[in-house]
Design a protein around this ligand. Structure first.
Ligand code: BG6
Length: 463
């Protein structure tokens, strides 16, 4: 029997914009807006309007989460739902009432609510007016919004996260065109990365000023860590791996934990003349407002090799001038999603955190397997037999367990996601849940993996 530490979090994660639906929401976030203007950009032309209907069905949905043994669940508070006026952070009464009810329902069902403040859902007005995360004014507005959330819900929510995967915002909005406004601009990407780090630190500063630690609360950030494995041990490949790690992982990880950007990254960006604008006061805020706890989203490793063409070629600056993706022969894939399956990386992450990041308290805040057309696996009783998902989770947990046994301070595992939910441009293409969702009827049904996790949670481990 592989047993996990006492009070281990067995749970799952979703987000406001992906589960609630737009019902009664006064403002649009960047995805709401993008769908309004270019619905054809979304898989099956399905947008966020209904999502998994959590706004209306949260009582039944939380009941199902309880039924499969989840003891903690993450979602997020939508800035565009809670706030009426972004400048003054005046609240929307319906939004406050809704989040109060959701939080109370989780607690009533014995599920610890875990809240993120931002899951890719920038209010679109703040992009059109100020350039969104390019703007330090928006950073200020985010800190105000965060403060409101702590004041309103901090008596019951004890686990807060400033951002989910800030790196994906940088990638999606400023480099690889999968988040509105689909800009390609390396220099802006660098400034946005800095501003997101600053926004997180400023929210933590407000958290402290409001005395939240004295109320037994803790705050962190959720980072998608994709360890970079070089194609070979040649000097060039190893260097490519190093730079990929600096940019993709350490730019947020080191800053969140040590309050300082990685020196080598600052050197490289300075040399390339794309370094961000910062002030001493801001750097001080970053230094003094580090996280208490870390969430790690892990789906797949990244394999890199030295770039085929020289970084000094003529082109606008982007970070991937320093590395190319390496297609490793024989790699094990989840073909539906196009991601490599490499569970051992979770062990490597655990040991890296133990040895290089103060052995900070952390949990797996997302891991999971997106599979298309899961109706293929329906049995006669109408249950999706997702054995592939059970195997996937188990293998990841085995490696995680090894990391914990060797001293890494991990306190939980959350699957993406409790109930199949809407996923940005991919809409409902890849299903990840313990519970399926018929998007035409909104009928939700527990999958085989849901029954399996119930046992794991009950036994605090598995054979
Ligand atoms: C995670 C995000 O990285 O990936 C989620 O935090 C997202 O918001 C999930 O839904 C799955 O993405 P996709 O594109 O496979 O549906």
């Amino acid at each position: 029997m592989k047993r996990f530490p006492q009070n281990f979090w067995w749970g799952a994660a979703t987000s406001g914009p992906q589960s609630e639906g737009r019902f009664n929401k006064k403002h649009a976030n960047v995805f709401d807006y993008w769908y309004e203007v270019e619905p054809e950009e979304f898989y099956g032309q399905i947008g966020p309007d209904t999502a998994s209907n959590f706004y209306n069905s949260y009582v039944d949905d939380i009941q199902l989460m309880k039924e499969i043994g989840l003891n903690s669940v993450r979602t997020s508070i939508q800035w565009t739902r809670l706030i009426d006026d972004f400048e003054s952070a005046t609240v929307n009464e319906d939004g406050v009432d809704y989040y109060n009810k959701v939080i109370n329902e989780f607690i009533k069902q014995g599920i610890t609510p875990v809240m993120a403040l931002h899951h890719f859902d920038l209010p679109v007005e703040l992009y059109h007016k100020y350039g969104g995360w390019e703007s330090k004014h928006v950073v200020e507005l985010f800190a105000k919004f965060a403060g409101k959330c702590f004041e309103l819900f901090g008596d019951r929510v004890k686990h807060w996260f400033t951002f989910n995967e800030p790196m994906v915002i940088v990638d999606g909005q400023y480099l690889y065109q999968f988040h509105y406004p689909n800009v390609i601009d390396g220099k802006k990407a660098v400034q946005v990365a800095y501003n997101l780090n600053l926004a997180s630190a400023k929210a933590i500063k407000v958290f402290k000023e409001l005395g939240m630690h004295r109320k037994d609360a803790q705050i962190g950030i959720i980072l998608n860590l994709t360890p970079s494995y070089p194609a070979s041990q040649s000097e060039e490949d190893v260097k490519a791996g190093r730079i990929a790690d600096l940019w993709r992982n350490e730019m947020f990880l080191k800053t969140a934990i040590y309050g300082e950007f990685p020196e080598k990254l600052v050197e490289l960006l300075t040399e390339d003349k794309v370094i961000w604008e910062s002030t001493d006061e801001e750097l001080n805020i970053l230094k003094n407002n580090t996280i208490d706890v870390l969430g790690v989203n892990f789906y797949h490793p990244s394999r890199v090799k030295a770039p085929d063409i020289s970084p000094n070629s003529t082109a606008d600056w982007t970070p991937d001038r320093y590395y190319d993706q390496y297609e490793m022969p024989g790699r094990r894939m989840n073909i539906d999603k196009g991601w490599e399956i490499y569970p051992q990386a979770l062990y490597d992450i655990a040991i890296n955190i133990r040895d290089n990041y103060k052995n900070i308290k952390w949990f797996v805040s997302e891991n999971g397997m997106g599979v298309s057309k899961e109706e293929r696996f329906l049995n006669d009783s109408g249950v999706i037999e997702d054995d592939y998902r059970i195997d996937f989770i188990k293998e990841h947990l085995e490696w995680l367990h090894k990391g914990i046994e060797e001293g890494s301070n991990c306190f939980g595992y959350h699957l993406w996601t409790p109930i199949d939910c809407w996923s940005w441009k991919n809409a409902y293409r890849n299903r990840y849940g313990f519970i399926s969702n018929n998007i035409h009827t909104q009928v939700k049904t527990i999958k085989k993996s849901g029954y399996w996790i119930k046992e794991v949670s009950k036994n605090n481990g598995f054979l």
